[in-house]
Design a protein around this ligand. Structure first.
Ligand code: BGP
Length: 486
């Protein structure tokens, strides 16, 4: 390996947040409720059965909306809604080149099916984009980060219903038109494959609408593919020089042994994950999925124009979240040790250490995934999320010595650097939750990812003031040196 590895000069160093985990003020500024606002915090939770992934009936969703069931941290976030100027100034101080953030659909169309957008919502994001521009930070915008308006879930059954395509197209047209002068990078859905884990989180589908689980799953996925293609189609029309990406929760894995059956299992597990980016990047269903549909009697309702829509509107770059790896095993029995993750679970790898939530830390896995994805798609790649959740509290100097975070990020950046050196076209790296943010899977504030500490607990008690951690200064120097000073 060459000693002097250089990231491209316009490499997008930065971080990533989502509206529903950061903004708060969930019912202010004309905003409607989104499905994320129904995710409660349960202090007695068992980490392997995250409530965030519960399947819910309409009655249960309504109960949660009426606060029948406790405390909902995503409604409060980290107060980005009122502190975004201060937050962006801090990110600019670190030298951020980019901030990946989502627009909350229900701030723009509070119920989702209106014909006129909410002006206050548009104003809010316009101010954010202006502030980013002033600070020379390029936004990467996710159009839907688990944020479907809850009304679309209750009234239409969420993404099981093809009618959502009409509402989503209108939303995309509005947002892309309004912000075309500020945004060069878009992506339609965050972690589009989360639907494999929850109809509600991934597809806004209440239990009442699910008739045949497996068939319905692929119908919802088909609609998400069409919606992604529509987002690209709209973007091409309104902002032809911008780029539309696809976003996958990457499940990188290895065979548990060199038994060919474990190796084959690993290939099959990988296909289940890569299926999503295969369709988005190539514009058609891969043969292994067509075979699977045939064998399992799965029939997707297609319209004549669907094939053309998918083929003509493929993504411009591939992005993914990467936190961990797992093992694949042909035969899993009661002695097989399993491991958890927020989306990824599988067989435990004893060569790896885990974080407090059982997520197995594997920097080399990031290199492997970059090489694999680039080879498969030959499209630019973006690491849209990476980072480590830690429980932290301020020391006497109002800071945190988050050495573990620095170690984690440093080791992952080293592997990215090696991949770039080996010819991978990597355009950016956005560390998850640069300012402490509510956890997606556990709804905890105390699972912290940030370079910047937010003084708030799991119940929203605290000043919400921001404090720089040690990693703040470290990441600043990483960006300053374009990744050579780690
Ligand atoms: C991803 C989600 C994010 C984020 C991250 C960390 O799956 O896209 O929204 O939260 O994981 O996960 P968690 O917050 O559950 O620790």
């Amino acid at each position: 390996m060459s000693k002097k590895t250089i990231f491209p000069k316009d490499f997008l160093w930065g971080g990533a947040i989502a509206a529903n985990q950061s903004e708060g003020f969930w019912n202010q500024g004309g905003r409607g409720a989104s499905i994320a606002d129904t995710a409660p915090y349960n202090q007695n939770q068992n980490y392997s059965t995250y409530e965030a992934f519960d399947e819910l009936t309409i009655a249960e969703i309504e109960d949660r909306l009426n606060d029948k069931d406790g405390y909902y941290p995503k409604r409060w976030g980290n107060h980005f809604y009122e502190r975004y100027e201060e937050d962006i100034a801090l990110l600019a101080e670190m030298g951020f080149k980019t901030l990946r953030l989502s627009v909350s659909w229900s701030r723009i169309y509070p119920k989702g099916d209106e014909t006129e957008p909410n002006k206050e919502g548009l104003e809010f994001y316009r101010n954010i984009f202006k502030t980013l521009k002033k600070n020379k930070i390029k936004p990467i915008v996710t159009l839907s980060h688990y944020e479907t308006p809850v009304h679309l879930a209750i009234k239409y059954g969420g993404w099981i219903n093809r009618e959502l395509l009409v509402f989503f197209e209108r939303y995309c047209e509005t947002v892309i038109y309004e912000f075309k002068d500020y945004v060069e990078y878009w992506m339609a859905f965050n972690e589009i494959n989360v639907i494999q884990h929850s109809f509600y989180v991934g597809g806004a589908v209440p239990k009442d609408f699910i008739k045949n689980k497996e068939n319905d799953l692929y119908q919802v996925i088909h609609h998400l593919f069409l919606a992604s293609a529509i987002a690209k189609k709209v973007m091409k029309k309104i902002s032809p020089t911008a780029k539309m990406g696809g976003m996958l929760a990457r499940r990188e894995g290895y065979p548990a042994t060199c038994n060919p059956l474990d190796v084959l299992q690993s290939v099959i597990d990988d296909q289940k994950n890569l299926f999503f980016t295969d369709v988005l990047a190539r514009g058609y269903y891969p043969s292994y999925m067509n075979a699977f549909f045939k064998e399992n009697n799965i029939h997707i309702n297609y319209e004549d124009t669907d094939d053309e829509l998918l083929r003509n509107n493929t993504i411009d770059y591939v992005s993914f979240s990467y936190y961990m790896t797992v093992l694949s095993k042909y035969e899993i029995d009661e002695n097989t040790e399993l491991t958890t993750g927020n989306l990824v679970s599988g067989v435990k790898n004893n060569y790896l250490q885990s974080n407090e939530w059982g997520w197995q830390i594997d920097p080399v896995g990031l290199r492997i995934t970059l090489e694999k994805l680039y080879d498969r798609y030959q499209l630019p790649l973006l690491v849209a999320e990476n980072g480590i959740g830690l429980k932290e509290s301020l020391n006497e100097n109002n800071s945190i010595e988050d050495i573990q975070r620095v170690d984690y990020l440093r080791s992952h950046i080293r592997e990215m650097r090696a991949a770039v050196n080996n010819g991978v076209d990597l355009i950016g790296y956005t560390v998850w939750g640069p300012i402490d943010i509510i956890s997606m899977s556990t709804s905890e504030m105390s699972k912290r990812y940030g370079f910047i500490y937010v003084d708030a607990d799991d119940y929203g008690v605290g000043s919400f003031n921001r404090y720089k951690k040690k990693s703040f200064y470290w990441y600043k120097q990483v960006i300053e040196s374009n990744g050579s000073n780690l």
